[in-house]
Design a protein around this ligand. Structure first.
Ligand SMILES: C[S@@+](CC[C@H](N)C(=O)[O-])C[C@H]1O[C@@H](n2cnc3c(N)ncnc32)[C@H](O)[C@@H]1O
Length: 326
């Protein structure tokens, strides 16, 4: 009886881990540009040669691809991608593959450190320079969903000045600036590499300015109409969050809007990913847990702002946009 249970559980663990194979395969294909290589029928030798890759490992990757339906046989020892819509697009161009990269290179290795961190009572340190470009690119995947809620406020209120704090690659302000040419946009970004990318992305747009600085060292010369804080709260120490909200509120004109995008966690009935986010952030001595709904209400109120509402951006990731008026 006991042996039967053991087998049953072992099978269940394996079965539950099967989806990992799809992600792993897609990640390797994205990272090495293999899906582009197999865009038309190719043999493993041609691809291994063209990309200077190990033949045997490439063959194994092809075998997994055939078994999970990412690749299909195309005759004469050649293979081709199948179900292309399921696969990440090549690197750059805001490909969804960057999410696989972040999961495989950052989230999973970090979560695997748990036993050691718990035993040693130690945390890792989030390597800003190494991961900032990938993280800034993954955040951009949310743009399409969150952008309309920002545009609406700018349009309805005829806002003329917008600040984006922790602007990343300037994905939001770039699109908003193209849409609202008479509004001035400014992005503040602490990472030099990411700020440089933001400058490149917006070089041809006159109504965008990027400043490479720490938000705590920044202060606008004049009050502004809207301040955005998108996916930045988990970089802020818990003790400093109220001060940040009060500071940002003080930068707003009367009638101005503070617009915040963040995952929210704190309840066990939140989607599992939201709670794993916190396990991930808590692994680092320089990243912090997500805010709760109650805290978001409290920080706004204490800063003298009126909360306009909390609206869903992506339910499964527990991602929300929270807007406040002054
Ligand atoms: C997850 S990214 C989000 C980027 C962008 N706002 C978006 O939603 O696509 C967070 C960004 O905030 C920047 N950041 C973190 N702490 C900051 C600080 N104290 N001052 C300015 N930028 C900061 C990080 O370097 C990173 O690029």
């Amino acid at each position: 009886m006991i042996d039967v249970m053991k087998m049953f559980k072992a099978r269940m663990y394996m079965k539950r881990n099967e989806p990992f194979l799809y992600s792993w395969h897609a990640y390797v294909g994205y990272e090495l540009d293999l899906f582009r290589a197999f865009d038309r029928p190719m043999s493993k030798f041609d691809v291994a040669d063209a990309l200077s890759l190990d033949d045997d490992l490439l063959e194994q990757w092809i075998m997994v691809g055939l078994s999970i339906g990412h690749l299909k046989e195309a005759g004469r020892g050649r293979y081709k991608i199948a179900n292309a819509w399921k696969l990440p697009k090549p690197k750059g161009d805001n490909s969804s593959g960057v999410l696989l990269k972040e999961m495989m290179e950052l989230h999973i290795p970090t979560l695997l450190q748990y036993p050691e961190m718990m035993r040693e009572k130690k945390r890792s340190h989030f390597d800003e320079e190494k991961h900032a470009p990938t993280v800034a690119e993954t955040s951009r995947l949310l743009e399409v969903l969150a952008m309309p809620k920002m545009s609406k406020k700018i349009r309805e209120n005829h806002f003329k000045t917008v600040l984006d704090i922790g602007c990343g690659e300037a994905g939001y302000i770039k699109k908003l600036a193209e849409r609202f040419p008479d509004t001035q946009f400014k992005g503040i970004e602490i990472s030099p590499a990411v700020a440089e990318k933001a400058e490149e992305m917006t070089a041809s747009i006159e109504n965008v300015e990027i400043e490479n600085t720490d938000l705590w060292h920044y202060q606008p010369a004049q009050p502004v109409d809207m301040v955005m804080l998108n996916n930045v709260i988990h970089y802020i120490d818990l003790e400093e969050r109220q001060a940040l909200f009060s500071e940002l509120a003080s930068w707003l004109n009367d009638g101005g809007i503070l617009s915040v995008v963040t995952p929210i966690a704190g309840r066990v009935d939140d989607p599992p990913f939201a709670n794993v986010f916190n396990s991930f952030f808590s692994s680092f001595d320089n990243l912090y847990r997500l805010p709760t709904r109650e805290e978001l209400a409290e920080w706004g109120e204490e800063a003298g702002l009126k909360m306009l509402g909390i609206r869903t951006v992506i339910k499964e990731g527990s991602w929300y946009i929270v807007q406040y008026a002054k």
